[in-house]
Design a protein around this ligand. Sequence first.
Ligand code: COA
Length: 483
Amino acid sequence: MAKKVAKKSKAKKPAKARSRSASKRSSAKVVKLKAAKKNGKTVKSTLPPPSRKPFGQAGKALDGVRILDFTHVQSGPTCTQLLAWFGADVIKVERPGVGDITRGQLVDMKGADSLYFTMLNHNKRSITIDSKHPEGKRVLNELIKKCDVLVENFAPGALDRMGLTWEHIHKLNPRMIVASVKGFGPGPYEDCKVYENVAQCAGGSASTTGFRDGPPLVTGAQIGDSGTGLHLALGIVSALYQRTRTGRGQKVLCAMQDGVLNLARVKLRDQQRLKHGPLTEYSQYGEGIPFGDSVPRAGNDSGGGQPGRILKCKGAPEDPNAYIYFITQAPVWGPICDLIGEPSWKTDPEYASPRARLPKLNQIFARIEQWTMTKTKFEVMNLCNAVDIPVGPILSMKEIAEEKSLRDTGTVVEVDHPVRGKYLTVGNPIKMSDSISEVKRSPLLGEHTDEILTKVLGFDKKEAAKIKTSGALSAPAKEDKAA
Ligand code: COA
């Protein structure tokens, strides 16, 4: 039956489907399904059938989208790497001779691009252009005409100083989406340069991370850089979708402070709750310590309001990761009591209700820890999950790198690089049933300069050679530098 439907569609495609394939977008096959009766009338449906290809093998979600990637360091490259994983053609513009500064940061292997760079720039092409050289500007202008999105995370004003103002870009290509990461949005700090930890502090994360009696802490997860890159990618995809209706590009701005605050929103929730009384799920409430006028640091208390702690397991503290996150969720209090050998706590009014437990959380978690310390974190996990108690083993990066299931799903991937050889990276964490997400190595500096000049921009060999000899695509000679 399915075969019959597919055959029919070949014979006569609806007009819309014909124009889409003509524009070389992904192979969208819209087929006619069986006619259905509605209110006595025959209505023809044009719903596509599900793909018959294996999971993730039916094309690329962003096929046909071309990105002018003017990003560097981490926030912007995170965004464009995501778009590249989904199939966008990402052309990374780098400064001749130097490239993205991270190529040479935290170098572990002399002569090879750093892991910092390679792990943020997969599936991209690299062209070197001096954006301040007149010929470089000409090449950039041509790229603007050929691309759908320009992504940048320069310091405030840098793009304008290159002459690439919104007005200039919009005039050259009204369909162009210009997406930027900045440290702060409009306001008193808009001109500041910002890095990861600055954003974590300014976005409210640091003041609410750490223990109450210790200093503010930054987290290891790069919520300022990678977090904002993720936000920007969503903005870009939304702008591309809106463009299908308006035909127009637009500006997309993600401030790192805003991105971090969005991720820390539960703490702004708690700030407002403070006006109405103490935050009873915070450990300090049970310990009788009064609250001030702003949200305190809550150690490992859970942001969702369920009492939770990180507890030692067998091997701790000698093994720094022999710990587990344990949550005493109300619905599973009974199974917890049975597991730890305190069945009477299920009915004892001193322990039976969440409210009664709040002032005793230290004592309760100490008792649970007595039990977890007799087992490895994985034994605790197995025993708890068998009775639906959610727990989180503290996995080291070594354990994650070796975890087979993460390799199987493509979340941890081994990539081969011509200079550094094989290395591990994190693949696309977003899995789609109809979109391939292969991870290809990051480009060498300027690796694709020639093919972009000729195949994307259409310069003939003579013109390409002229541009190259102008010095717009290469680093100044050493004596020029010294001058
Ligand atoms: N050709 C010529 N010049 C180039 C170039 C190219 N291909 N690429 C960059 N440059 C120039 C810029 O035009 C700028 O020159 P200008 O200051 O004369 O205008 C210069 O290089 C430096 O760029 P800048 O972005 O200021 O880099 P920086 O190293 O001084 O600052 C950041 C780095 C990250 C602090 C800054 O870019 C920033 O605040 N970005 C926004 C927030 C952000 O993304 N931060 C997180 C980074 S992970």
